[in-house]
Design a protein around this ligand. Structure first.
Ligand code: ATP
Length: 248
């Protein structure tokens, strides 16, 4: 694997239910402190790729049957999802998984479950997260289920930040949100990347916004990477424009 890679996925194959071949040899690299976009239409295999990395496929009867995954130069394909969180890699699932009946602050605190450092450090991080997400600070005592979609997405990312990750696998953060709130969320992602040195692998159907914030993109079609490159190059690519950016 490359010396400066935080994550490398090497030719993985994923099969659901022992017979449904969904990933047909996917490889990708996320540089340390990078933001990389994983793009493609609905059903192309983006979520499957993220779940393969964070070892969340088993509950869906899916399995990585070939290839390898390295995080910080070490094989992680046999680690449990929570061990991977302890190593510093965490997934924020599609659909902004918050605990609907808990407050925003209680949700954030659940993100510290893998930590063994004291409550003072955790309380300090909570305040730091509120600095990145002023909306969450305002809504800290609100029941998550009654907050807006954008606030719930922020809560899910903030919760992940409470584990002090080196890398976040972020699945479809723009889903169902108004453009203005999507911009706000991506600005915070960029901020976390710059100031907290968090690397991001970002699965997005919203190609246009993802390529504005990522430095590199991979395009998945039918379980294969069909194109990858520098984000600016992809934005100018005629096929990408026609099929993914809605202009020709
Ligand atoms: P989405 O935008 O819907 O998340 P995606 O690019 O993330 O799309 P995946 O969710 O990874 O795509 O799905 C890839 C393919 O795998 C699809 O054809 C889907 O039907 C199939 N698939 C996903 N989960 C399962 C499962 N648990 N069992 C069988 N097939 C599945």
């Amino acid at each position: 694997a490359e010396a400066d890679a935080i994550l490398s996925v090497n030719n993985i194959e994923v099969i659901y239910d022992h017979v449904i071949l969904v990933l047909k040899g996917v490889s990708l690299v996320v540089p340390r402190q990078g933001i990389v976009a994983l793009l493609g239409a609905n059903g192309a295999g983006k979520t499957t790729t993220l779940k393969a990395i964070s070892n969340l496929l088993r509950t869906e009867r899916g399995e990585v049957t070939k290839g390898s995954i390295e995080f910080e130069g070490q094989r992680v394909d046999r680690l449990s999802a929570s061990d991977l969180v302890r190593r510093g890699c965490i997934q924020v699932m599609e659909g902004r998984h918050c605990f609907a009946h808990l407050t925003i602050e209680e949700n954030l605190m659940t993100g510290a479950f893998t930590r063994r450092d004291g409550s003072a450090a955790i309380a300090g991080d909570l305040e730091a997260i509120y600095d990145y997400f002023p909306r969450l600070k305002q809504r800290r005592s609100s029941i998550a289920g009654f907050t807006s979609g954008g606030e719930q997405q922020m809560c899910a990312i903030g919760r992940a930040m409470m584990s002090r990750p080196k890398m976040i696998l972020l699945d479809e953060p723009s889903m169902g949100l108004a453009p203005q709130i999507v911009d706000e969320i991506f600005e915070i992602v960029r901020d976390l990347n710059c100031k907290e040195q968090v690397s991001f692998l970002l699965a997005e159907q919203n190609t246009s916004i993802a390529l504005r914030y990522a430095s590199w993109g991979y395009i998945l079609e039918n379980g294969r990477v069909v194109l990858d490159g520098d984000a600016r190059m992809l934005r100018d690519n005629e096929d990408v424009k026609e099929f993914y950016l809605g202009v020709s």
